[in-house]
Design a protein around this ligand. Structure first.
Ligand code: NAP
Length: 323
């Protein structure tokens, strides 16, 4: 099903249509790297930031595995450097979010809540969003003890006890971060082996403030005005217990932000945009970069690399199609 912009209703007056050779959606490492490459190709790209400038990286306290920063670099600081470099070469970064796209013909149409763009080439780098457990109490107590971002909310849990759910890199990294504030961090994992890499495992296991509860799932978040406990179920014994805690941080994976493209771009079963090695989607002239099309790596460096590749391919596409 193609989204026809003419069918969209809007309460505001029609926006003036702005044309750009390259439109980039999303301001994480992928989008900003694509902006850098297309700006250096003199294509004057326009980048719409999305709701969160910098995406998930800007919520990361320290990035330790981006080459060139042996001491690590703050997530926000790294994004600022990316943006500054892209703008230095002529990229225009606009604080706005795409609300509808029409990819049925070139130039492509993209509508935001206050503007409308046409673009010869579109680079989709809309990233991913943390998954929810979808258990009773989770939604009602989000922001009142339920969180998906330790960097954002960790400070509120100074000297308190918190639970972290998940056994991957995110869960361990965030649990380690939370030990800066919390009195105690309990990691609840549904299996008896962690998915996270060896270094993070070692750090977490050796941290005296971290303890693990294995083979266990959280089935409910309990509390009226704020989180007071989580209900746990042991998957081996079936035993159910209420575990007192003041916070629950959930890190169980991500969902790509690709709903806007359903019916227009080919998605896999989990919603990731399908791409070939040149970052091209099934629609000629539409490229994807970063986590919107990457269920495997989810690293700043891989996302930036995909952004660079998408930028190079977008430049070639424009040259070859003389658009
Ligand atoms: P992930 O690797 O998919 O791990 C998700 C974890 O949550 C797994 O341990 C999984 O359990 C658990 N889980 C999933 N659904 C669950 C549910 N409904 N209830 C309870 N537990 C559930 O996700 P991630 O940790 O966000 O990492 C994603 C990718 O980003 C990975 O490739 C990772 O290497 C990368 N990453 C890297 C870094 C870094 O290098 N510093 C930091 C963060 C993320 P099972 O293990 O049983 O499946």
């Amino acid at each position: 099903m193609d989204f026809n912009l003419n069918n969209l209703t809007s309460s505001s007056a029609p926006a003036e249509v702005q044309h750009t050779p390259v439109l980039i959606l999303g301001s994480g490492p992928a989008g900003l790297a694509a902006a850098l490459y297309t700006a250096r190709a003199n294509l004057n790209p326009v980048l719409l930031t999305g709701m969160e400038l910098g995406g998930q990286v800007s919520l990361t306290y320290t990035v330790e595995n981006y080459p060139g920063f042996p001491e690590g670099v703050g997530g926000t600081q790294l994004i600022e450097l990316f943006q500054k470099q892209a703008e230095h070469f002529g990229a225009k970064v606009v604080m706005d979010t795409a609300s509808a796209v029409d990819l049925s013909s070139r130039p492509f149409h993209v509508k935001t809540y206050g503007a409308e763009y046409t673009a010869d080439v579109l680079i989709v780098s809309t990233g991913a969003t943390p998954l929810h457990l979808n258990i009773p109490g989770e939604a009602a107590l989000t922001g009142r003890g339920v969180s998906y971002c330790a960097t954002c909310d960790g400070w509120f849990f100074k000297d308190k006890e918190v639970v972290v759910v998940g056994g991957g890199d995110s869960a361990l990294e965030e649990a380690l971060f939370l030990t800066r504030y919390a009195k105690f961090v309990t990691i609840v994992h549904r299996r008896d082996a962690l998915r996270a890499g060896a270094l993070l495992q070692k750090r977490a296991r050796e941290n005296p403030k971290i303890k693990f509860i294995w083979n266990t799932v959280v089935t409910e978040v309990l509390g009226q005005q704020a989180v007071q406990a989580v209900r746990l179920q042991n998957k081996v014994t079936g035993e159910v217990t209420d575990f007192p805690t003041q916070g629950i941080f959930i890190f169980i994976g991500h969902q790509p932000n690709t709903q806007l493209f359903a019916g227009q771009l080919e998605l896999d079963g989990r919603g990731y945009i399908k791409t070939d090695v040149t970052m091209h989607t099934n629609v000629p002239g539409v490229f994807v970069a970063g986590e919107a099309g990457d269920p495997h790596y989810r690293q700043v460096i891989t996302s930036a690399g995909m952004g660079a590749a998408a930028g190079i391919q977008a430049t070639r596409f424009i040259e070859e199609h003389s658009v």
